[in-house]
Design a protein around this ligand. Structure first.
Ligand code: HEM
Length: 416
């Protein structure tokens, strides 16, 4: 990481500009920029985006406070113009979910989702995830380099969520096909028609899937989700559709990229990899440290100031967008000593990182994500103890960073 080199001579203006424009250098490695911002302007106004003032928070204490601040909201209906600026004609039914809701609606949706998503449902997925991980690794060639993102990290999480939602067989293939159209087209201006077609297909399919679940109840996750009530009220069909959608969307790329980041950072820190190989009891804390060191969610999802809010000495005016740099906060030396050092034996503050967010929107799928990471890393360490990076010398920089706004991760991970 070029942290030290880039920091020499990097000024505040340059850091703000890089963050506003999301320059290639910033996207490649935002840590030096976050360092300057944390030190000099932990709550900074960026040049307006989509015509709306945007404030970026990079220091742990302020980030932590903002994530739980009820004066900073998320409801898309409060800022519907921004919603259209961001997502164009995307299907609102899908996005009308708990990630973009405030109390009391969020409380209700979250309560039902949490009641349905029991530890048993997560535990029951273990054998399936283990089988899936091993099947995918069986297919990896051992005599030539393989792109671990494509072969392993990409397919596994989305299949796990399909399993959780009872989407199986041919239907799963169809859902994955349309879902991949959405992930490819969501941030592309040229693919709006594809996006609309795919989102409508998924909405109709989920509606039918819910109808079938109601007609044939079992004890699976979706049945419990359909039947659970909060203050006498169950979820409506539209709410169920958007809940399925958010689980698929929020649980897919995040986990894919986190698997990639974790493997990459272990392979580039051989002493840490060796320590983990020699003592597997370190696995749970290694997973937390890898989430802190390079979490796959770079900035939290959009929030708005519902009123003027003072944070870290800066007044964020009502209506402004608030962006919280989770990866910046996770490298704050005031919170985590020697933050740029990956140290899987760090026990202290293990679960205080913001890799899964904090407050009312704390990641609903964190227990499942932790299980997936544990199974994936264990399978790789067991089966390929001699795995190394297979770096193409010429374009080492290019494959490192995928073009994913708000995420941090690898597009490719060639290993041998
Ligand atoms: C929320 C990270 C895996 C479902 C979040 C948030 C973060 C996050 C940072 C909060 C966003 C914000 O406050 O703006 C991650 C990471 C994962 C992961 C790093 C993998 C390593 C999953 C999985 C699922 C999931 C596997 C589902 C099966 C959700 C949902 C929310 C959420 C539903 C919204 C919760 C709410 O708004 O109340 N996640 N996530 N996530 N995550 Fe995850």
């Amino acid at each position: 990481e070029p942290t030290a080199a880039v920091n020499d001579g990097l000024g505040l203006d340059e850091a703000v500009k890089a963050a506003t424009l999301s320059t290639p250098e910033y996207r490649q490695c935002p840590h030096p920029y976050y360092k300057v911002l944390r030190e000099q302007a932990p709550v900074v106004r960026l040049t307006p985006r989509h015509g709306v003032d945007t404030y970026l928070i990079t220091r742990y204490e302020e980030a932590h406070a903002a994530l739980a601040d009820p004066r900073i909201g998320k409801d898309m209906h409060e800022g519907i113009d921004l919603y259209h600026a961001l997502f164009g004609d995307a299907c609102e039914t899908l996005d009308d979910n708990l990630l973009f809701a405030d109390p009391p609606r969020h409380t209700r949706l979250r309560h039902i989702a949490k009641t349905a998503f029991t530890p048993r449902h997560v535990k029951d997925l273990r054998p399936h995830i283990e089988e899936l991980a091993n099947e995918l690794l069986d297919r990896c060639p051992t005599d030539e380099p393989v792109d671990l993102m494509k072969a392993f990290a990409l397919p596994l999480p989305v299949m796990v969520i399909c399993e959780l939602l009872g989407i199986v067989g041919v239907e799963r293939t169809e859902v994955l096909k349309w879902f991949s159209v959405v992930t490819r087209s969501r941030f592309s201006k040229d693919m709006k028609d594809d996006l609309v077609e795919a989102e409508h297909w998924l909405r109709d399919y989920f509606t039918e899937h819910i109808r079938c679940t109601r007609a044939n109840p079992t004890d699976d996750f979706l049945t419990v989700l359909v039947q659970t009530r909060h203050e006498e009220e169950a979820l409506t069909d539209d709410e169920l559709v958007s809940m399925i959608w958010v689980l698929l969307f929020a649980g897919h790329k995040t986990t894919t990229l986190q698997i990639g980041n974790s493997v990459f950072n272990l392979l580039t820190h051989p002493e840490q990899l060796r320590a983990l190989q020699e003592d597997r009891e370190l696995m749970p804390q290694a997973i937390e440290e890898l989430l802190r060191y390079e979490g796959s969610v770079e900035t939290s999802t959009f929030r708005y100031a519902l009123e003027d809010v003072e944070i870290g000495g800066t007044v964020i005016p009502q209506g402004a967008i608030v962006q919280i740099a989770l990866t910046g906060a996770n490298r704050d030396p005031e919170k985590f000593p020697a933050p740029d050092t990956l140290d899987i034996t760090r026990e202290h503050l293990q679960r205080e990182h913001l890799g899964f967010g904090f407050g009312p929107h704390f990641c609903l799928g964190a227990p499942l994500a932790r299980l997936e990471l544990e199974i994936c890393l264990t399978a790789l360490l067991d089966r390929f103890p001699d795995m190394v990076l297979a770096l193409p010398d010429s374009d080492a920089g290019d494959w490192l960073k995928g073009p994913f706004p708000a995420f941090r991760g690898l597009e490719k991970l060639p290993v041998a």
